[in-house]
Design a binder for this molecule. Structure first.
Ligand code: T4K
Length: 370
């Protein structure tokens, strides 16, 4: 039997190779290939404009900005966070010697449930680290009210939320800082890459020091920094991708519309709709399976798709709180996290990217519609 074309959960947005080559030639002639070079500066400026934020600091991936933000804000003790995310969120706490305290999610969004945060605060709590999972905005207003009441910092893991806006304002303006991932699998990518978004010049300066070993000038080290700088090649690649990201988001939206139309009335399947006033980026298309009503478990559907060369992904299963590093924590107990547990056990992300054809979408839907 002829093997059918492989459809993966995503496929990277790639710049035009000829245009990229021109940039490479320029980088070669400049002979400046990293350490806050020409393209690094251009991409930071372009991102500030695109994302409607005052300050952006580029990083070499999306994990180091999390680790660095915690350092910059001098977060210690305990941090309240969500178990329903990619492991990098919680690992960033671990790398700073901080104890994660998991709080359950709101099933309506997949994000940390603000109603559950206050009960998890102890004298050791210093911050809240929520995630805009799948790019769906957290309840930033409620979270900020709680943070203000208890004197806590808020760092958003906005790895999925590139370009997401509420009523024309960037979601990245919420909290003390937000982090982005520009990994190959993200809506906007620089192959590997990431950024920290902050609101004032002082914070930007401090972050720029921290990502460059703590150097303030040639002979002054102001803090125990790390090396997490983005190089010129990836910054140039990013500049080209930024020019086509809106088009890619538009194409993703068209796929989401088709999925929703086809799946709306299927018993046992649910999904998120767009939120009023929100500019979504369609970074993922998770569906949730109620096995009894659907007549098949999530894993059965996952395998059925896989047999047909369609690779959905169970993001985010297993829950972070079940991994060996974290499962001994009191807050990691499944009975404290019923909604997150349920979501992790029922989710499957359908393929979502700008290159999916009508035929691809039809093939995927045929699998789900049985
Ligand atoms: N916070 C959150 C909430 C995150 O989701 C992430 C990363 C981070 C922080 C940390 O950011 P980074 O340090 O990674 O910048 C992927 C990504 O590696 C990871 O960036 C992402 N989240 C996570 C949700 O997904 P995997 O292990 O699922 O990726 P992988 O290699 O299985 O790729 C998935 C599919 O994408 C492949 O089946 C095919 C396609 N693909 C992938 C790559 C790498 C391509 O077509 N081309 C490619 O080059 O983790």
């Amino acid at each position: 039997m002829e093997e059918r074309k492989l459809i993966t959960v995503t496929s990277p947005l790639l710049p035009d190779l000829a245009e990229f080559n021109e940039y490479l030639k320029d980088i070669w002639s400049r002979k400046w290939i990293t350490n806050n070079g020409h393209y690094h500066q251009l991409l930071e400026k372009a991102l500030c404009k695109y994302l409607k934020v005052p300050y952006v600091s580029l990083f070499t991936n999306g994990t180091l900005p999390l680790i660095t933000a915690l350092q910059a804000l001098r977060i210690t003790g305990e941090v309240i966070t969500t178990p329903y995310s990619f492991v990098a969120t919680t690992h960033a706490l671990w790398w700073n010697g901080i104890k994660p305290v998991f709080v359950d999610i709101d099933p309506a969004t997949g994000n940390i449930n603000p109603d559950k945060i206050e009960a998890a605060i102890t004298p050791k709590t210093t911050a809240i680290m929520p995630v805009h999972v799948y790019g769906k905005p957290c309840d930033t207003k409620r979270i900020q009210e709680i943070a203000n009441k208890y004197g806590l910092k808020v760092i958003y893991d906005a790895a999925h939320a590139f370009g997401v806006e509420i009523n024309g304002e960037s979601i990245l303006r919420a909290g003390d800082m937000s982090t982005l991932s520009f990994h190959a699998t993200k809506v906007f990518n620089t192959i590997e890459g990431g950024a920290l978004v902050m609101h004032d010049e002082e914070a930007k300066k401090r972050i720029d020091y921290l990502k460059n070993f703590g150097f303030a000038d040639e002979i002054t080290v102001v803090a125990p920094g790390i090396n997490s700088k983005m190089d010129e090649v990836r910054a140039a690649y990013g500049i080209l991708n930024l020019k086509q990201v809106d088009k890619a988001i538009d194409l993703r939206k068209q796929v989401a519309v088709k999925y929703r139309e086809a799946l709306r009335d299927v018993e046992g399947i649910s999904f998120f709709d767009d939120m009023v006033g929100v500019r979504h980026n369609y970074s993922y298309f998770p569906i949730f399976i109620d096995a009894e009503k659907y007549g098949m478990t999530r894993d059965e559907l996952y395998l059925r798709m896989k047999r047909e060369n369609i690779l959905g992904r169970r993001y985010f299963y297993p829950l972070i709180s079940t991994f060996s590093t974290y499962k001994g924590l009191e807050s990691a107990k499944a009975e404290n996290l019923p909604q997150a547990t349920k979501m992790a056990e029922s989710v499957i992300c359908l393929p979502m990217y700008h290159l999916l054809t009508n035929e691809d979408v039809e093939r995927i839907l045929n699998m789900v519609l049985k």
